[in-house]
Design a protein. Structure first.
Lengths: 213, 171
C-alpha cells in the first residue's frame, strides 16, 4: 500500500489508504455511518441499501460512502439536512417490509437496524409508509439454521458468507418486491445442499437467518 | 411441477448440445438460457444445473437470472396458454381481479402450469385491443371484456368439450 493520505471527516483529521472507501476509513476511526449492504472486500459494492450517504465538499450531491474512494484533502461531513433526508427515507423503505418482531428476535439488542435507528434517531416503525408484510413461510428445515425471509433486508451478507465459508447454496432470485435470498429452485435449506456451517446466520445483521435455539 | 424422467433427459441432452456451441464467458449466459428456452419451451432445473456447470458458477445464480427476467419460464407451457393482459387499460378495468379468478379456477399462480398440463397462465403487457379491456388471450384467440363469470364459463365449456380429461385424472 502506498503512502496514507489525509482526509477530514466531521472535522476530525484521519489518515487513510488511497483507494480505500470512505465508509471503512470512517468506521475504522470511530465515526459511524449507517450501512447494511457494504462488504469490506467488495470489488464493486452493491450500494443498494442507500444508507451510507455523506456530503463531500465540492460535490453537488451526497454520495454513497461505500463506493466513493478517499483522496487527499477530502473534506467529508456525515450529517447534513440532505443526507439525513436520504437516509431517513431509505431506512423507512427498508422498515416498511421488515417484520419487526424485536422481542422474539434472536438479534434483539445486536440488530443493525436497531443500531441505525439509535444512532440517527430514526423510528423503527415507518411513519409515512404502510407496513407491507410479505407473509412468507419461515424455513426451519436446516439442522442449525432458521430462515425468516420476512425479516430479510436483502443486504447480501449471507450470500457472501455462504460462498466464502459454506456450500455456496444461497443467492438472490426474482426482482422488485418479490426479490429474495433463496436457494436453487427455491428448495428448503435442509434440501439445498447446505452444510450447516452457520456462517450465514452469523453474518445476518437483522436476524432473518439465525441459529436455531 | 414434477417432470418425467424422459423430460429431464431431454433437458440435459438439449442443454449440453447448446452449451457445446458456446464458450464459458459470462456474457454467454443469457443467450444460452434463451436458446434452452426456445428448444424446450421452458428452463427446467436440470438444464439450469448443466448451464451452471458450464459457466462454473453456483446453480443458484442461474436460478437468479432465470427468475429475474420475465422472458424465462420455469414450468413447461400448457396445452392451452392463457395470457392475461396487464396493460394500463386492462389494469384499470380490473385485470387483477381477472387474474385472481384464473388463478382460483386453475389452482395455480401466474407463471405456472396446471398439473395435468392443460393450462398455463402468464401475464403480458398490452396486447393492443384496449377497447376490449380487460383482455385474456387463450392460445391465439382474444377474449375481451372479461369477467370472473366468463372465466368460469370458459373453463366449464373447455371441460365439456374435453370430457376425457376427467377420466384421466388421478384419484
Amino acid at each position: 500500500m502506498g503512502d496514507k493520505v489525509k482526509i477530514t471527516i466531521d472535522g476530525k483529521e484521519i489518515a487513510a489508504v488511497p483507494g480505500e472507501k470512505i465508509l471503512w476509513a470512517a468506521l475504522d476511526n470511530g465515526i459511524y455511518i449507517p450501512h447494511l449492504c457494504a462488504g469490506r472486500d467488495d470489488h464493486s459494492p452493491l450500494a443498494s441499501c442507500r444508507l451510507c450517504f455523506v456530503e463531500i465538499e465540492g460535490y453537488a450531491h451526497p454520495v454513497p460512502s461505500c463506493t466513493q474512494e478517499v483522496s487527499g484533502g477530502m473534506v467529508i461531513t456525515t450529517r447534513s439536512e440532505r443526507v439525513d433526508r436520504i437516509i431517513g427515507t431509505g431506512f423507512e423503505l427498508i422498515m416498511s417490509n421488515h417484520r419487526t418482531d424485536c422481542r422474539a428476535c434472536p438479534r434483539n439488542h445486536s440488530c443493525e437496524l436497531q443500531k441505525i435507528a439509535r444512532e440517527r434517531k430514526l423510528k423503527l416503525k415507518p411513519a409515512r409508509l404502510p407496513r407491507l408484510d410479505r407473509d412468507l413461510p419461515v424455513d426451519g428445515s436446516a439442522a442449525k439454521i432458521k430462515y425468516d425471509p420476512n425479516k430479510c433486508v436483502l443486504c447480501g451478507h449471507c450470500i457472501r458468507a455462504c460462498r466464502e465459508k459454506g456450500a455456496g447454496v444461497l443467492g438472490f432470485a426474482r426482482r422488485g418486491f418479490e426479490r429474495a435470498v433463496t436457494t436453487f429452485n427455491g428448495s428448503p435449506l435442509g434440501e439445498s445442499g447446505c452444510n450447516n456451517c452457520t456462517a450465514c446466520a452469523l453474518a445476518c445483521p437483522v436476524g432473518a437467518l439465525a441459529l436455531k435455539e | 411441477m414434477i417432470l418425467t424422467e424422459e423430460e429431464k433427459r431431454e433437458a440435459v441432452e438439449k442443454s449440453r448440445k447448446i452449451l457445446s456451441r458456446h464458450d464459458s464467458s459470462k456474457g454467454s449466459l443469457i443467450p444460452v438460457l434463451q436458446e434452452v428456452q426456445s428448444a424446450l419451451g421452458y428452463v427446467p432445473p436440470d438444464a439450469m444445473q448443466e448451464v451452471a456447470g458450464h459457466f462454473n458458477i453456483p446453480s443458484v445464480d442461474v436460478y437468479g437470472v432465470v427468475t429475474f427476467y420475465n422472458q424465462f419460464r420455469l414450468t413447461p407451457p400448457g396445452k392451452n396458454q392463457v395470457k392475461l393482459c396487464m396493460g394500463t387499460a386492462c389494469h384499470m378495468r380490473g385485470a387483477g381481479i381477472i387474474m385472481e379468478s384464473w388463478e382460483r379456477v386453475l389452482s395455480i399462480k401466474v407463471g405456472e402450469t396446471t398439473l395435468d398440463r392443460e393450462f398455463s397462465l402468464e401475464r403480458v403487457a398490452c396486447v393492443g385491443c384496449c377497447t376490449l379491456a380487460p383482455v385474456a388471450v387463450v392460445n391465439e384467440t382474444v377474449h375481451g371484456k372479461m369477467t370472473p363469470t366468463k372465466v368460469d364459463g370458459m373453463l366449464f365449456s373447455h371441460r365439456l368439450a374435453n370430457p376425457q380429461q376427467k377420466e384421466d385424472k388421478p384419484e
